[in-house]
Design a protein around this ligand. Structure first.
Ligand SMILES: C[S@@+](CC[C@H](N)C(=O)[O-])C[C@H]1O[C@@H](n2cnc3c(N)ncnc32)[C@H](O)[C@@H]1O
Length: 264
């Protein structure tokens, strides 16, 4: 890994940790996890676990007695996940391993619950992920998929036409599948996954930005690197977002969806 990659990973680690503390966002995890029955001494897999913050939050819940495994294809995230689990005294019930979500290194039917929290929009072959999570889940087990529909991502900007271009560039450069969450009702049954519950939530920040502030700071450099918009226009956009936050006039929003399905 070169120095630039290292910096980018550090920034992503910070973002994953900080967004999990934003109530608007963490409430969405609570909302679906509260509806999942985790069997006593059950086994949970998080695919694309990043820094492991979701599994750590789960392990810290009252009465948690399951075993969690998190996999991610990025070594620096797995190292961070292992370190934080140790620091937060949940390492006994959690384990983090390097792995590719497209090719899970687990037996068929090994898990009671599989969680994909903001990962399916990032992977290169979402259908392969669905096939793999279905394979490693027990019959009757639960698969929770939570992510944004990033075609709905929007930041206010006085020039609406440029604002929409920047929204689209942020979505296209950050995510491999910005619209995948709209396809799941059609895709899930193809992998023996029966939809048991699904709903949508809008994440909206008005006046001040927290979740969308770090989103803009983390991903605007990707737009520059892609060459879709000039560095200068991206800087003007970022400056406008910061000014809006200083003045309390900020606005940004995106729709998020949760799908709970059962392996049949
Ligand atoms: C937005 S992060 C979400 C992390 C974590 N689920 C959370 O909510 O904090 C997406 C994660 O998916 C991982 N990822 C993307 N493609 C992957 C793949 N093919 N196999 C394993 N992990 C992958 C990334 O490295 C990153 O950690």
């Amino acid at each position: 890994m070169n120095e630039l990659d290292e910096l980018a990973h550090e920034r992503l680690i910070e973002r994953l940790e900080s967004r999990a503390q934003v109530n608007t966002f963490s409430d969405l995890f609570e909302k679906y996890v509260n509806r999942i029955e985790i069997p006593e001494a059950g086994k949970i897999l998080e695919v694309g676990c990043g820094t492991g913050v979701i599994l750590r939050q789960l392990a810290q819940r009252h009465g948690f007695d399951a075993r969690g495994v998190g996999i991610d294809h990025c070594k620096s995230f797995i190292d961070a996940a292992t370190k934080y689990a140790d620091q937060e005294s949940v390492a006994d019930s959690l384990e983090f391993r390097l792995g590719d979500a497209h090719n899970l290194d687990f037996e068929d039917g090994e898990f009671d619950v599989v969680i994909c929290h903001t990962v399916i929009s990032h992977v290169t072959e979402p259908a392969k992920i669905l096939s793999e999570v279905a394979r490693v889940t027990k019959k009757g087990g639960v698969i929770a998929i939570f992510d944004g529909d990033y075609s709905s991502l929007t930041y206010a900007f006085p020039d609406h036409s440029f604002g929409r271009k920047m929204d689209a560039a942020l979505s296209n450069t950050t995510f491999n599948n910005p619209r995948i969450m709209c396809d799941l009702p059609r895709l899930l049954p193809q992998f023996d996954l029966e939809l048991t519950d699904a709903w949508g939530d809008a994440v909206v920040e008005i006046g001040q930005g927290s979740y969308f502030k770090t989103f803009a700071e983390t991903y605007a450099p990707y737009v520059k690197n892609s060459g879709q918009l000039s560095d200068q226009t991206v800087d003007i956009w970022l400056k406008e977002q910061n000014k809006a936050m200083e003045n309390g006039t900020f606005f940004a929003a995106c729709n998020y969806y949760t799908y709970l399905s059962k392996k049949v």
